[in-house]
Design a protein around this ligand. Structure first.
Ligand code: BEZ
Length: 199
């Protein structure tokens, strides 16, 4: 399999953590793409017409995307229903929450790191910050039982928190979130997390 990826992307990292946890890293050839969101990348676009990473090309030559579908594909390929329990709607909702947290954090990153300063939209940025803190508060209060397992939900949350540390080191998400902090301290020691850190 070929994975079009960028090590800084949290969506790519979720896929790589699932591949690691299901012992499929050796089956994946990684093609690194450093591409701006306003540019078209030929090889990525041939795997995913939306031109987004992660995009996986199977051994049969089919494109599989987005990160949610790739995680489901890898779990299916490994015959591992624990890592992607598609009928456990608490876990799948936790996965969606983690994905949404990453979407929001990445969109905000584009706005602050790439968009010219005179075009920035302060109210929109303020709303994204509110979304991030609302997601963190919900994770702290309501998801301890689910976060005790190893599946796409807990992987997604660990990757989202790692992305916040990576791109927003001053955010102080740990303040008054002891449960989430303890979860991350423990989960981030897993070999799958240690071996997929962005450079
Ligand atoms: C980043 O550099 O933060 C990033 C790169 C690719 C996709 C998403 C985020």
């Amino acid at each position: 399999m070929l994975l079009h990826h960028n090590p800084a992307s949290p969506f790519v990292r979720m896929v790589r953590v699932v591949a690691h946890e299901t012992r499929q890293m050796d089956d994946i050839q990684a093609e690194v793409a450093a591409v701006l969101p306003i540019e078209r990348h030929e090889a990525i676009s041939s795997a995913n017409p939306l031109g987004r990473i992660p995009a996986l090309v199977t051994d049969e030559g089919h494109g599989v995307f987005d990160s949610r579908v790739i995680c489901a594909y890898l779990a299916h390929r490994a015959g591992n229903t624990d890592i992607h329990p598609s009928t456990d709607f608490r876990v799948m909702t936790l996965f969606a929450l983690a994905q949404g947290l990453c979407d929001t954090a990445v969109n905000l990153r584009y706005e602050t790191a790439l968009r010219p300063e005179n075009l920035r939209w302060d109210q929109w940025m303020a709303r994204q910050n509110e979304r991030i803190f609302a997601a963190l508060d919900d994770l702290e209060a309501n998801w301890q039982a689910e976060l005790a397992g190893v599946h796409v939900g807990s992987i997604g949350v660990a990757v989202a928190l790692a992305y916040l540390d990576f791109r927003y080191p001053d955010l102080r998400w740990r303040d008054s979130r002891a449960n989430l902090s303890a979860f991350y301290d423990s989960f981030s020691q897993r070999p799958s997390m240690q071996n997929t850190k962005p450079d």
